[in-house]
Design a binder for this molecule. Sequence first.
Ligand code: GLN
Length: 473
Amino acid sequence: MKKTIVGLLDELKSGATTSEALAKAALESAKANAADNAFVSLDEEGALEAARAIDAKRAAGEKLGALAGIPLAVKDNILAKGLRCTCGSKILGNFVAPYDATATERLRAAGAVIVGKANMDEFAMGSTSETSASGPVTNPEWPELIPGGSSGGSAAAVARGTVPAALGSDTGGSIRQPAACCGVVGFKPSYGRVSRWGLVAYASSLDQIGPMANTVEDAALLYDVVAGHDPHDSTSATRPAPATLPELKNGDPKIRIGVPEECFGEGLDPEMREVLQKALDDLKADGAELVKVSLPSLKHAIASYYIIATAEASANLSRFDGVRYGHRSPEAKDLESLYRKSRSEGFGKEVQRRILLGTFVLSSGYYDAFYVQAQKVRRLIADDFAKAFASCDVVATPVLPGPPLKRGEGLKDPLAMYLTDIFTVSLNLAGLPGISVPVGSCGGSSASLQLVAPAFEETRLLQSAWRLERLRR
Ligand code: GLN
């Protein structure tokens, strides 16, 4: 069992280790496993300096934050002042963050030591972590399989044991999927729970930052630190974000778990079905009631998601124009060729495909046929969940339809890759919190169950995930 944040905090408190020793070990592990490509950059100097400062504070008996001395990784689309923020793209290859994202700032304020920036699919567009300008990420547990994406570097760094936890971002599954592929826990909070200030936007109405960790408890701890209103992000929720950790173990075992018929039928790998069913049966034996629910609009989720996400991406990525940020083509002769060449040279193939798709679905004549229809489907999906939650407390679904793809498969067939998002994108469309919890193995690698709660019911969600995890260990 890899070290948990909770375990490391105990070791730090008792003096069994120091924050500096932990930071050094994390940096050494990252360098020793450089072939994983889990990191885009390391902050050796900054991490050691921050760690020593925490050790000094501890020695002086000063009050310490909830993550004091814990080494963490942050996905490379979340700004950390003074460090490069490439988003896995050549276009931002030399971009240095001028300020901290709110999530980063809150980690630092809690005493966390940020050791580096985690690799990812370019601009978070993908499910395989193979499209980064820094090269593909390796799955430390099952190297012939993809580590999942787009937060593959964060998942790999946790699975490798380099850091006990990391921040990822999730627009359509990018926290939950790589967590499932690498056998760790991945938690996407409700839309609006964690500030997006300083998160480089992919699709602003879907993007959320969240934790990836070895245990539900660690994920809850990290979530509690980063959650809560931020005046810098107008979409961040103003309602209070109650701490989940103190309530984690107080969940009701008699919880009603909704099992959508659409999620466990055709299209799901039979071995995956069997493993997930076993996890549901265990929850039932623990006191839970399994309730049949239906999500009839789920079949349209992928189409709706890939219209809305690409539409928003085409607008968000227009800021990378070779003038204000990043790569500028040296060949440009006039303004138009500056835009065209800088963008053609700076963006990879998948990102270009998404910008083209997004521009198309927003263009006059197609807007009503695609974009407006997709927004209607988005509403239907949210309504489906609302109906389901009338008869259950949480909903359970697979995270992936089968074992992770083999390396290279998704690159050859983008549509096949998009289809693996079937169980994750609907939560982003509906703004709901979801967590991916490893429950067994499938095809020789990991299988995870996704639990979903109504918006802003993070405590309930984490309580049920904690019970599930407890049954599996
Ligand atoms: N796989 C999805 C996509 O490619 C989700 C990515 C994400 O959540 N950032 O858009």
